[in-house]
Design a protein around this ligand. Structure first.
Ligand SMILES: [Zn+2]
Length: 461
């Protein structure tokens, strides 16, 4: 039995792990690589496996760096089932067609400018792979192939997110493998805390924030309130919030709502300028059964008139363009979270050069993205072929992360009944994975390592 790290090894994105058991071959995740140009190359490079030979896929969650190459898998011959939670199914039903649509636009632009562009997949491939999704509830054991049992457990990261437990092999000898996917930070709004993992012979653990701890949530909310009051009330400016349409946008709106109800900010105008964020917000509201206790309580409490947020969801491109003319204080939330696509780029083009504008980052910025350049202090950026000077204030609130920080990752490991036989650190830049590995060694006395992209390891059998 063996495992190949086809993505998210030595980097954050492109989650894809291939397992071969002797009786079947399957993937956990099939995600898009994001970031610099060489990341995009990986999205169209040949896979180390034949997609038509993959028997099934277990999908941890809807984020595009975990799900975004499923349509390409379908385009190249995969026809097996994709197992996911019901909420993940609902979210990818919106996200994969959107991804295909965005890529198609990119291809058309490239064609107009005579640039070469390899399209990883088309809309019909997104629809095709969505028809293969089979839902499984949290904690429900299923047998996707002979000699494989599997279970999805709540990862507490975004709605529907899961870590995967796998029992591989038949008869007397089975190997238990666990794949963390992305783990959430305990105490986050809306979603529940990550479920515990009892044990695993082999564990693949995410390490996105393996080298640091988040600010405590109360401090983040305090800073959010201060930043918004300064930006909206003192400076009377716009606040642009680049946000992932799924997860982060809903959490951000939830926290804004709490601040408004508490009278900490005075009912600002909020525009959610992303059709996908709008749909994801509706899907979130439909999955009330997954809410944590606090979100249930808040949803049930009536708010008084003054303390409610005035949220407008733009639908058409015209409505989105109309936002360019907005003056005075308002908050615009738009995808993508790292500014490498989506409507946020239009808002940045119009408002980055305005000193009263605040760009508020609430998520991790992958190196090579426009978001990272802004966070790193770029004074000029290129948008739509134009040089745009950066005069806006750039603010970062890291505590908003939907990822577990270093302490939370260590705590999650600590509640295991025994150390895993092999521990691989994935989904992290090399610095973060190395720092987490060092800390795991000193605090828990466990060995771990970060596998290389494309590396194959034998599973104990
Ligand atoms: Zn994620």
């Amino acid at each position: 039995m063996q495992l190949t790290f086809c993505g998210a090894a030595g980097q954050v994105t492109g989650s894809c792990f291939q397992f071969e058991t002797g009786t079947c071959r399957f993937l956990v995740d099939c995600g898009l690589f994001q970031g610099a140009r060489d990341a995009w190359e990986l999205n169209v490079s040949p896979w180390p496996f034949d997609p038509s030979s993959i028997d099934f896929v277990n999908l941890t969650h809807a984020h595009i760096d975990h799900s975004g190459l499923l349509p390409r898998l379908y385009a190249e011959g995969f026809r097996g089932p994709v197992y996911a939670t019901p909420a993940t199914r609902d979210l990818v039903s919106v996200m994969l067609p959107d991804s295909a649509w965005v890529m198609n636009g990119e291809a058309e632009r490239a064609a107009r400018h005579g640039r070469p562009f390899v399209l990883p997949y088309r809309m019909e491939d997104a629809r095709g792979v969505l028809a293969l999704v089979r839902t499984v509830d949290y904690a429900e054991e299923f047998a996707p192939a002979q000699g494989v049992r599997a279970r999805l457990q709540d990862a507490g990261h975004i709605l529907g997110s899961a870590f995967v437990e796998l029992w591989l092999g038949a008869g007397g000898r089975t190997v238990k493998v666990a794949v963390s996917g992305d783990l959430g930070q305990p105490g986050r709004p809306i979603v529940r805390d990550p479920a515990p993992l009892a044990d695993a012979d082999v564990l693949l653990l995410e390490s996105t924030y393996g080298d640091r701890d988040h600010q405590p949530m109360e401090e983040t909310i305090e800073r959010l309130a201060v930043t918004l009051r300064r930006a909206l009330e003192e400076r009377q400016g716009l606040v642009l919030v680049p946000a992932f349409a799924v997860g982060r946008t809903q959490e951000f709106l939830y926290e804004l709502n709490r601040l408004a109800r508490a009278g900490r900010i005075r009912g600002p105008r909020v525009f959610v300028d992303s059709p996908m964020a709008t749909e994801a917000t509706q899907i979130t509201a439909r999955h009330f059964e997954l809410f944590d206790d606090e979100a249930r309580r808040l949803a049930g409490e009536p708010a008084d008139g003054d303390s409610t947020l005035r949220v407008t969801y733009t639908a058409s491109v015209e409505e989105s363009k109309a936002l360019n003319a907005i003056t005075g204080s308002a908050i615009i939330v738009a995808a993508s979270g790292m500014c490498d696509g989506g409507r946020i780029r239009h808002h940045l083009r119009h408002h980055l050069q305005e000193p009263r504008t605040t760009v508020l980052f609430i998520g991790y910025q992958v190196p090579g993205t426009l978001g990272r350049r802004l966070v790193d202090g770029a004074s000029v950026v290129r948008l739509f072929g134009e040089e745009v000077p950066v005069r806006a204030e750039i603010a970062t609130l890291e505590g908003f992360s939907a990822h577990a920080d270093r302490s939370a990752l260590l705590d999650w490991l600590r509640q295991m009944r025994k150390p895993p036989g092999a521990l691989y650190l994935v989904h992290g830049e090399p610095v973060a994975a190395a720092a987490l590995g060092a800390r795991i060694g000193t605090e828990l006395g466990w060995r771990s390592r970060a596998p290389a992209h494309g590396e194959t390891v034998q599973l104990p059998a």
